[in-house]
Design a protein around this ligand. Structure first.
Ligand SMILES: [Zn+2]
Length: 325
C-alpha cells in the first residue's frame, strides 16, 4: 500500500468517526432536508482601471471530454494528462468558461465580445444578458460592441429571437476577420456552421459595423492589436487609462494552464496552429515583460490575471485583490 493511499484511508477514517456522534444527536432529524440548489458561480466582477470602470461578465461554462486531444493534439495523451495532474486538473473532463468584458470609459459603454447563442443554454452558456443585469446594466445601454473574432462563442449573443440583443449599439471588428468569414467559400467544409452564424448574426449589422486595422484606436484609450492564428483576423484590445493598462486578449490563449505553460502545443480551435503558437509567445512576452494584467475570454472567472515568465516558460497567475486596493 502506498503512503498516499494509507494517508487517504486515515483521513477517511477520521472523517467517518467524527461524523458518527452527529447521527445520535436529538435534533439531527428534526428539520426537513434542504433541497439541493445546484451550482452557484459569480456572474460579474467590477473594478477600476484609471478612470475607466471594467466589469467582467460570466456568460457561462460548458463541460466536455478532454483536454486531449482538444489541447495538445500533437502531443501524447500521457503528456497532456501529466500536465493536468501537476496542476490539480482532471484528465478526462474539461470545462471551458466564457467571459465578455464591459468597459465604461466615462463616455461610452463598450462591450468586448457577445457570448454564446441562447441555443447553448442547456449546455451551460449563453447567459451574458443575465450577467449584465446582475451588474446593473440593460442591453439598451450598450453603445459599442467590439468583437475579437467571429467564433460562435463570441458572436452568438449578438442576436436574440431574430433581433439585435443590443438595440442601440454600433459595432467594431477586424477588417481581415470580416473579409475572411464573409467569403463565399467559407460556406462549405469545416467552416460552414460558423460562416452561417456570421450571416445571421454579423452581416445584418454591416451598416453599423466599423472595420478595424491593426493598431487602430477603437475609442480614446483602447487600441486594436492584430493577434492572428486562432482565426485569421483575431484581434486583442489594449486598454489604457491614466497609465494603468490591461490587455483584453480574446482567444490568444484558450486554457490557463495548457495554452499558457505550453504555448506551442496545437489547439483544435486554432485555425492556423503554428501562427497561433507564435502569437501566444509574442503576446506572453509582451504582457510578462511589461507586467500588464490580462482579461482572457476563456481564463477562469473572474477572468483576470498575469503571465509570469519562469526561465523560458510561462505561467498564468490569477488576479486576487490587485484591482481592489
Ligand atoms: Zn472563444
Amino acid at each position: 500500500m502506498s503512503s498516499r493511499v494509507r494517508r487517504r484511508d486515515a483521513i477517511r477514517a477520521a472523517v467517518a468517526s467524527a461524523l458518527l456522534p452527529a447521527a445520535s444527536l436529538p435534533f439531527a432529524a428534526a428539520r426537513a432536508a434542504a433541497p439541493l440548489k445546484g451550482p452557484l458561480r459569480p456572474q460579474a466582477y467590477r473594478f477600476r482601471l484609471g478612470t475607466f470602470e471594467l466589469t467582467a461578465l460570466f456568460d457561462g461554462m460548458v463541460a466536455m471530454d478532454g483536454p486531449h486531444p482538444i489541447f495538445g493534439a500533437d502531443q501524447s495523451p500521457q503528456a497532456v494528462a501529466r500536465l493536468c495532474e501537476e496542476n490539480f486538473l482532471p484528465t478526462g473532463r474539461l470545462a471551458i468558461g466564457f467571459a465578455p468584458i464591459l468597459v465604461n470609459t466615462g463616455r461610452q459603454l463598450v462591450l468586448f465580445d457577445a457570448g454564446n447563442p441562447a441555443s447553448r443554454r442547456e449546455a451551460g452558456a449563453g447567459f451574458l444578458v443575465d450577467a449584465l443585469s446582475v451588474a446593473g446594466y440593460r442591453p439598451e445601454e450598450i453603445d459599442l460592441v467590439a468583437l475579437t473574432h467571429y467564433h460562435p462563442d463570441h458572436i452568438g449573443g449578438l442576436v436574440t429571437d431574430g433581433q439585435p440583443t443590443f438595440p442601440n449599439a454600433v459595432y467594431a471588428s477586424s477588417a481581415v476577420e470580416h473579409a475572411f468569414w464573409s467569403a463565399e467559400e467559407r460556406l462549405s467544409g469545416p467552416s460552414e456552421a460558423t460562416a452561417r452564424l456570421v450571416r445571421t448574426n454579423v452581416l445584418p449589422l454591416a451598416d453599423r459595423l466599423r472595420l478595424l486595422q491593426d493598431g487602430e484606436e477603437l475609442v480614446p484609450g483602447i487600441r486594436a492589436l492584430a493577434t492572428p492564428g486562432h482565426t485569421p483576423g483575431h484581434m486583442a484590445f489594449h486598454v489604457e487609462s491614466e497609465g494603468h493598462r490591461l490587455l483584453i486578449w480574446g482567444d490568444v490563449a484558450n486554457h490557463f494552464v495548457l495554452s499558457v505553460e505550453r504555448p506551442e502545443w496545437h489547439v483544435r480551435f486554432d485555425r492556423d496552429k503554428v501562427q497561433a503558437a507564435a502569437t501566444r509567445k509574442r503576446v506572453f512576452d509582451m504582457v510578462a515583460t511589461d507586467r500588464i494584467p490580462v482579461a482572457g475570454y476563456h481564463m477562469p472567472f473572474p477572468n483576470l490575471g498575469y503571465v509570469e515568465r519562469r526561465g523560458g516558460d510561462y505561467r498564468w497567475v490569477r488576479a486576487s485583490y490587485q484591482f481592489d486596493v
